[in-house]
Design a protein around this ligand. Structure first.
Ligand code: GDP
Length: 468
């Protein structure tokens, strides 16, 4: 009897495994965007809203009752850090709510949804499970893709040319000018150069520039201080010597490509089915024309990564697999009264169209939206010298006081914002936007009440609604 029983059991196990593979679809959802774009907040709020059944009327599966249950499960990849959902939610929902720690590296979480269609066919189809594997990774790492097609010499020249006119680069440029690239390598001077270049990248990022590669210089993770991150662009010497500073930096640049960039694309990027790219468009618009111009170039570069045909290395690792949908979402829309939302969405639309053209993109389905993953404000219309002013009210991070603020205007005609020659152009979001940093509003988490958001449900519907 024992043998029969254990045989039966192993057949059952076998068929359970097989049915999981056959009937439990997995959607790998990539979440990216540059530092502080809002990845951590987006993932935390999305999961909390799905787990608590928050208000998600635009996610059809939630609205019509198809999603019966949602629960967290161990993720499939044992060596990838787990997205620290509980800690992040703890920060947002504590009695003095704080923003969570931002993304520093790749992480993952599996959310499983038990679904049963309620329609005519639902009668015949039993409950199913759909796994949502959410993969969070820095957008800076994605932008590194362009480095693969460059030699150290080309990268150095392009970088030094590009940063010549930037104020924050002058200190590094002086430093690079002062070294003879043909002297024998000494490690401290290589470290000084890398540190100087990293300082420049940080300042450029702070000023709103997106093209801040190599991405690991800003978010090094466990590679901090390693030789693979200890290089910087230099002027090429007439006749480069093999054991020179130049020669060693060239070698490290190649090592960065083969042991940092390539493994990331092979191990993480290549497995993604659906992608959301979060963009702090409001921040860039506030910072001015250069930051906007840079943001639109960065978006085209991002699309480039999703068009594997043009990149030999990507084509080779993807072997025909491709991302099916890409959403570009402007985050933090709760800084604006909803009357300004259509303008923000129109700007994102135009940016995505522009990126399409620049990247010569024909591939995944794309969409543009404006969202707030965690709404920290309420709307308030104030009387300002007899005129109505559409404000948002929230608790300021600095000082903790409540304030109703007016961010300033977005252009109603996106062409004026996006045309590259904007000599003497008007400044946008030039009222209170600069002091608008709100703390998350206190929230109660219980079934039926997730974190407040704006169009997070619409984003979810686009990204995986069709799989439910
Ligand atoms: P990450 O670096 O992409 O992981 O960015 P985070 O998710 O940590 O977000 C960076 C910061 O942006 C947060 O600390 C908040 O200050 C702000 N932020 C992100 N999402 C929202 C949002 O939906 N509304 C508001 N008001 N602020 C947000």
């Amino acid at each position: 009897g024992d043998i029969v029983e254990s045989l039966t059991r192993s057949i059952e196990n076998l068929s359970a495994d097989a049915s999981e593979a056959l009937f439990e679809p997995v959607v790998r959802l990539g979440v990216t965007g540059l530092s502080r774009a809002g990845k951590t907040v987006f993932i935390t709020s999305l999961i909390a809203n799905l787990l608590e059944r928050g208000r998600m009327p635009q996610l059809l599966g939630a609205a019509n009752g198809t999603i019966r249950a949602a629960y967290l499960q161990p993720q499939p990849d044992d060596t990838v850090p787990r997205f620290d959902y509980e800690t992040h939610l703890g920060a947002l929902s504590s009695s003095s709510p704080r923003w969570p720690e931002s993304t520093r590296a790749v992480s993952e979480l599996r959310l499983s949804l038990r679904v049963q269609s309620t329609g005519f066919l639902g009668v015949f189809s039993g409950p199913r499970t759909v796994h949502l594997d959410i993969v969070d990774y820095p957008g800076e790492w994605l932008l590194d893709l362009v480095l693969l097609s460059k030699s150290y010499e080309v990268w150095s020249k392009e970088t030094l040319d590009k940063i010549k006119s930037r104020d924050m680069a002058q200190a590094y440029l002086k430093q690079a000018q002062a070294v003879d690239p043909n002297v024998a390598l000494d490690e401290p001077s290589a470290q000084n150069l890398a540190a100087g270049f990293t300082e420049y990248l940080k300042a450029a990022r702070e000023a709103g520039f997106s093209d801040c590669t190599p991405g690991r210089f800003l978010l090094p993770g466990e590679l901090e201080g390693s030789p693979v991150l200890t290089f910087a662009p230099l002027n090429k010497p007439e006749r480069p010597q093999r054991r020179s500073l130049w020669g060693e930096m060239e070698r490290r640049f190649e090592a960065y490509k083969s042991s940092v960039i390539k493994p990331f694309f092979r191990d993480h990027f290549s497995k993604i089915d659906r992608q959301v790219v979060l963009v702090d468009a409001l921040g860039a618009i506030h910072k001015g024309p250069e930051a906007v111009e840079d943001m639109r170039r960065a978006m085209a570069e991002v699309l480039m990564a999703f068009r594997p045909g043009k990149n030999g290395f990507l084509a080779q690792i993807l072997r025909g697999k491709r991302v099916e949908k890409i959403l570009f979402a402007a985050t933090k829309a709760d800084h604006l009264h909803h009357r300004q939302h259509p303008r923000l969405t129109a700007i994102m639309d135009a940016l995505v169209r522009d990126a399409h053209d620049r990247a010569d993109f024909a591939g995944a389905e794309t969409a543009a939206m404006s969202i707030a993953a965690l709404r920290a404000t309420v709307e308030e219309t104030l009387d300002h010298n007899g005129e109505e002013l559409d404000c948002v009210r929230g608790r300021l991070l600095d000082g903790g006081k409540q304030a109703a603020l007016y961010p300033g205007e977005l252009p109603d005609d996106t062409a004026t914002l996006l045309s590259p020659a904007r000599e003497g152009a008007k400044e946008w979001l030039d009222a209170d936007y600069k002091i608008m940093s709100f703390a998350p509003a206190p929230m109660k988490l219980k079934p039926g009440e997730g974190p407040p958001h704006i169009r997070l449900d619409k984003a979810a519907q686009f990204l995986f609604g069709d799989k439910l």
